[in-house]
Design a protein around this ligand. Structure first.
Ligand code: HEM
Length: 145
């Protein structure tokens, strides 16, 4: 799964650059991906606080290297597609595929939420705007698009 995942990312020149530089990053990423995948099944602490905290950290790690939700959403779709393929060829029950899809969606939500929260709290901190003003600016922006 990890090889298939990074092969997929490597087909896009922008993402290939991110995962291959600096040297050694791809290998580290494959290891952390395997760990991530494994934790979806073990649930760390029965998919509770520790699990959530770990997923949040993964989200923050992506914010730090400027990986946006638009990169992560299609990547998670690849994970789901591959898992589905394996389970089907293994004649596994559909309920297993459904569970895997659910946990992938939850993990995706953590990565996306980290991005949105870091972005908005950094803007509020830097500008001194209130949340209310920020919301009004966003609303005005959506009206003008
Ligand atoms: C299904 C989506 C993804 C999953 C599950 C995933 C998983 C992970 C994990 C577990 C880490 C380690 C976090 C840590 O150090 O705490 C990580 C870091 C990272 N990921 Fe992802 N990732 C995903 C999507 C992507 C995408 C689309 C890219 C873009 C190329 C990417 C690039 C990176 C980079 C550059 C790091 C930091 C590596 C470093 O610290 O050197 N990831 N990812």
């Amino acid at each position: 799964m990890a090889y298939c995942f990074y092969d997929y990312l490597g087909r896009d020149p922008e993402m290939a650059k991110i995962i291959n530089e600096p040297a050694g990053r791809k290998k580290r990423l494959q290891e952390t991906f395997i760990q991530w995948f494994h934790e979806m099944f073990t649930g760390i602490d029965n998919w509770s606080e520790l699990y959530a905290a770990r997923r949040w950290q993964i989200g923050l790690a992506h914010v730090r290297v400027n990986i946006t939700p638009q990169h992560v959403v299609p990547a998670m779709a690849i994970v789901v597609r591959e898992v589905e393929k394996h389970l089907k060829s293994d004649n596994q029950d559909d309920s297993l595929t459904d569970s895997l899809k659910k946990i992938c969606t939850i993990d995706l939500a953590f990565i996306e939420q980290a991005y949105v929260e870091v972005l908005s709290s950094s803007i509020l901190k830097e500008t001194g705007w209130t949340e209310c003003l920020f919301r009004r600016i966003i609303n005005a922006g959506t009206d003008s698009i």
